[in-house]
Write a protein that binds this ligand. Sequence first.
Ligand code: ADP
Ligand code: MG
Ligand code: MG
Length: 523
Amino acid sequence: MSPLPAWPPALSEAQQADLAHQAATYALANGFTLLPVPPKGEHVPAIPTQVIAAPLSLLPTPFPRPAYVQAKSIQRLYNALYARVALDWEFLDGIMQYVAPVDDFQAELWNRWKAIRDEIKVTQPVQLGIFRSDYLLHEQGNAVGEKSRIKQVEFNTIAASFGALSQKASEMHRYLSEQTNYYHVNPQLHNPNSFVDNHSLEDIAAGLAEGFNAYGNSDAVVLFVVQEGERNVFDQRALEYQLLKRHRVKSVRLTFAQVAQRGQLDDDKVFWLDCPLRGEQLEVALVYYRAAYTPADYMSSAEWDTRVLLERSTAIKCPSMALQLAGAKKVQQVLAEPGVLEDMLLGNARPDVGFGAGPGSLGARDAAALRETWTGLWPLDSSEEGTKAVQLANEHPERFVLKPQREGGGNNIYRGDIPPYLAKLEEEDKSRPGEAPRREAYILMELIEPPKGVHNLLVRGGEGTPRLADVVSELGVYGVALYGGKVTPVNREAGTLLRTKGRESDEGGVAIGISSIDSPLLV
Ligand code: ADP
Ligand code: MG
Ligand code: MG
């Protein structure tokens, strides 16, 4: 693998301004957009009249081709692994019994799911996963990018976003390259194959259509469950447009509160939506959650009741409650324990998902291919390993990140903040004698060290002016998995996402205003 090229190319101020202008107009014209942050004290308007360009990079960021190819090539193994986890009730229960006493959100999700299981087993055995496995490059050589390896940050099983905007970022960079020729400073980059052919929007929409078709009623709809005041609407809408245009599948977009008002189960547990404006009742074939992953989405038990109502229905869920639980960071850590991954992916006794997992189809080499992408993960429980981890975190905090069972960014504790944070948790434990220590709600993870010396021109949403930044890029690979019951199983890789942030920031969420949506320039 060759070192990453010096980047970005030397552009005059006038060239930068021209690129920024062209990027902004391209983004606004092509739905590479977000809703603007509403003025203080106001809400996102009911009928939007303004958009801003999504946070973007003016140029793609160099990324080692072998690492990119590798990340894509193992996605189907990851799909198989997490599909298996979601079908393995005993495995999930074995983990959640330790998480629940120290994490109210996970407890509610797990307990509600168990209650459904006890009452009705399952009404819909088919599950749809739209996943995203996230990686950072880990620097191992001396020259920039010389020996970078992908290391997994996390595996998302619910509301994995930016598939649509990511395809638009790739398309924008290709357009800017062709239109301006500014990128072609390095002969290596003349090659049009340096740009990725990324179809994440189309591939994810195709996955949703496959889930819809598995239900078996072409007059039914896909229900998008979304957050109140969502600004990332065009990433979601683009999927709806694609579903209708390409697959002739209709969708309805509602918040939890609206679903509660309009939805009901009939005696056969079919989920019906009352749509008075359309003068009809619509049957829901597939529930696609772009909400429901954070405690803030459940203001009261009413939202949990709505979640349960949907879960109990015959609609296919993307994801099911079990699949959401499978995406917990604690599951990631337990899979990394000796032998656990191997047993889950290859073991005879584990549930059959109908594709590429289990004896005969996969082997030790496949499990090793996944393990190769992992970095140090430790429990913080009372086991010997857990006690060792606490000591390690206190002695060498600069090597670690502490993660709770949360999604959506902005929840982790980094480096020097870890020891005082652990001390605070221990202090809190004193007021809850006899209960499990609060630190058990977290996992400890080794920090991945991305290559240094990579720069790019980033533009924040709504600002327009580029900022030259020392950057770190996080690669996401999407996956689609349809399995369970008698369905013809689907297991596909579904495109990629590159989010690029300034090195000074530990977190990387686009939604929380830190990252730009980027695309890789394969070198
Ligand atoms: P979330 O589910 O909230 O997105 P993540 O595990 O993805 O949680 O962590 C959020 C961000 O924190 C990541 O996007 C990445 O920028 C940073 N991060 C997480 N784990 C690591 C790690 N092991 N090394 C370096 N950075 C990390
Ligand atoms: Mg996540
Ligand atoms: Mg993440």
